[in-house]
Design a protein around this ligand. Structure first.
Ligand SMILES: [Zn+2]
Length: 157
C-alpha cells in the first residue's frame, strides 16, 4: 500500500507518553467530547484517533485492559467486530470513503502505540488520499478537523 503522509503525527511521536493507559483512563473521565469518545457499547467503545493517519481514523477498544484478542471473551469479540463493521458503515455514509484499512497491531514490535490494550484501527481511504494529505499537515487545521469530524459522527452509532 502507498505510504500515507501524516506530518502532524510528529506531535504524537515526540510527545512524552503517559504512564497510564489512555484506553483505560479516557472512558473513566466524564468528558466524552474532549476525549473524542463517540460511542460506548456494553463491552467496547469507539474513540477517534487524536493523531489520525487520515481524517475519520477511528478505534474500537474493549473496556477491559487486555494486550491480545485471545484474552477477550466471545461476547466481547462479537461486539468488537460488530462495532468495526458499524464504523465502516458510518464513515462510508458520512464521508463517502471509497475504502478502508482496518486491523490490530498486536505487540510493540508490530507497531502498537498502546501495546497493553488491544484496539482495532479503522482508517478511511479516498482515491488520491496519498497525494492531498501533505497540503493539510498543520496541527491547528487538524484539531479543528477533529472537532468537526466528531460532531458529524456523534450520535450515528
Ligand atoms: Zn488499558
Amino acid at each position: 500500500m502507498d505510504q500515507l503522509w501524516a506530518p502532524w503525527r510528529v506531535q504524537y511521536i515526540d510527545s512524552k507518553k503517559s504512564e497510564g493507559c489512555i484506553l483505560c483512563d479516557k472512558p473513566k473521565e466524564d468528558k466524552d467530547v474532549a476525549n473524542y469518545i463517540l460511542y460506548r457499547g456494553t463491552f467496547n467503545f469507539i474513540i477517534m484517533n487524536a493523531y489520525p493517519y487520515n481524517p475519520g481514523h477511528l478505534m474500537v477498544a474493549p473496556r477491559r485492559h487486555v494486550p491480545t484478542p485471545e484474552d477477550l471473551k466471545a461476547e466481547e469479540l462479537h461486539e468488537h467486530a460488530e462495532l468495526v463493521a458499524r464504523c465502516v458503515q458510518v464513515l462510508r455514509e458520512t464521508f463517502g470513503s471509497a475504502g478502508f484499512n482496518t486491523g490490530m497491531n498486536i505487540g510493540r514490535v508490530a507497531g502498537a502505540g498502546i501495546d497493553g490494550h488491544i484496539h482495532s484501527h479503522i482508517v478511511p481511504r479516498w482515491v488520491g488520499d496519498t497525494n492531498f494529505m501533505p497540503a493539510i499537515g498543520y496541527t491547528r487545521v487538524i484539531s479543528q478537523a477533529l472537532e468537526d469530524t466528531y460532531s458529524r459522527l456523534k450520535g450515528k452509532f
